[in-house]
Ligand binder design. Structure first.
Ligand code: PCA
Length: 200
C-alpha cells in the first residue's frame, strides 16, 4: 500500500517550512505497512492543488496526508474539515484572493476521511501533544485539502485523504518572535505515530 505525504515550501514570513523536512525525513520508509512517497508543493493558488492531483494520478496512493505549517499553534492538529473558500494573504506568486470559491459548483465543505481521532490519541499516547482542529483556514492548506477530497468524491475513488497542520520547528522559531516551537524530531515522531495508526 502507498501513502502520498505532501509538505509545502517556505511562504510569507516563514523562511523555513518544517513540513518539507518531515516529508524528506519520512519518504522512502514503510510505516504501518504503507510505503511513503514524499512530495513538496508550491505555495501558489494556481499550482498547489494541481500539482498535488498530478502526484495522486501518478502515484495512485491508498492514502493522502498533506502537511502544512501553522506557525503559532502549539500542538499537532489533524484537520476535521476543508471549506470551499480561498481568502487571505498573497501566495508566493503574489496572487491574493478574497472570498473566492475553490469549486464554483462544489459543496460548502468536505470532512477529512482520515481517522483523525485515532491520530490524536496515538500521538498523545506517545507523549506528543495533538488535538483535532476545526479549521484549516482559507489559504493554501485548506485549498489542497478541499481539492483532493473533491477529486476523490467526484471520481468515486477508494482513497482516504486529509490534512495535518503542525507547529513551528525550533529552527523556524529562532527566526521569528513569539511562537511556540517543537524539535523537528518530535514533529516527525508525532506524524509517524499518526501514520502507524493506519496499519492497525
Ligand atoms: N501552511 C499554509 C500554506 C503552506 C503551509 O505550510 C497554510 O496553512 O495554508
Amino acid at each position: 500500500m502507498k501513502l502520498l505525504l505532501t509538505g509545502f515550501v517556505p511562504f510569507l514570513d516563514n523562511p523555513i517550512n518544517p513540513t518539507e523536512e518531515i516529508v524528506r525525513a519520512l519518504e522512502g520508509q514503510t510505516i504501518g505497512g504503507y510505503e511513503i512517497v514524499g512530495k513538496v508543493l508550491p505555495v501558489d493558488f494556481a499550482e498547489s492543488a494541481k500539482q498535488c492531483i498530478e502526484h495522486i494520478n501518478e502515484v495512485k496512493p491508498d492514502v493522502v496526508i498533506s502537511l502544512g505549517l501553522a506557525a503559532g499553534r502549539n500542538k499537532v492538529t489533524p484537520e476535521r474539515i476543508a471549506i470551499n473558500c480561498r481568502d487571505g494573504a498573497a501566495d508566493n506568486s503574489g496572487v491574493k484572493l478574497q472570498d473566492a470559491p475553490i469549486e464554483e459548483e462544489g459543496p460548502a465543505g468536505y470532512f477529512s476521511t482520515l481517522p483523525i481521532r485515532a491520530f490524536v490519541d496515538a500521538s498523545v499516547e506517545k507523549g506528543y501533544p495533538a488535538v483535532i482542529s476545526n479549521t484549516a483556514g482559507t489559504y493554501l492548506c485548506n485549498n489542497v485539502m478541499y481539492s483532493v477530497l473533491h477529486k476523490i468524491e467526484q471520481e468515486n475513488l477508494e482513497m482516504h485523504a486529509g490534512f495535518i497542520h503542525i507547529p513551528a520547528s525550533h529552527e523556524l522559531a529562532l527566526k521569528k518572535n513569539g511562537i511556540p516551537s517543537w524539535s523537528l524530531a518530535d514533529l516527525t515522531a508525532s506524524i509517524r505515530a499518526m501514520i502507524e495508526v493506519l496499519g492497525e
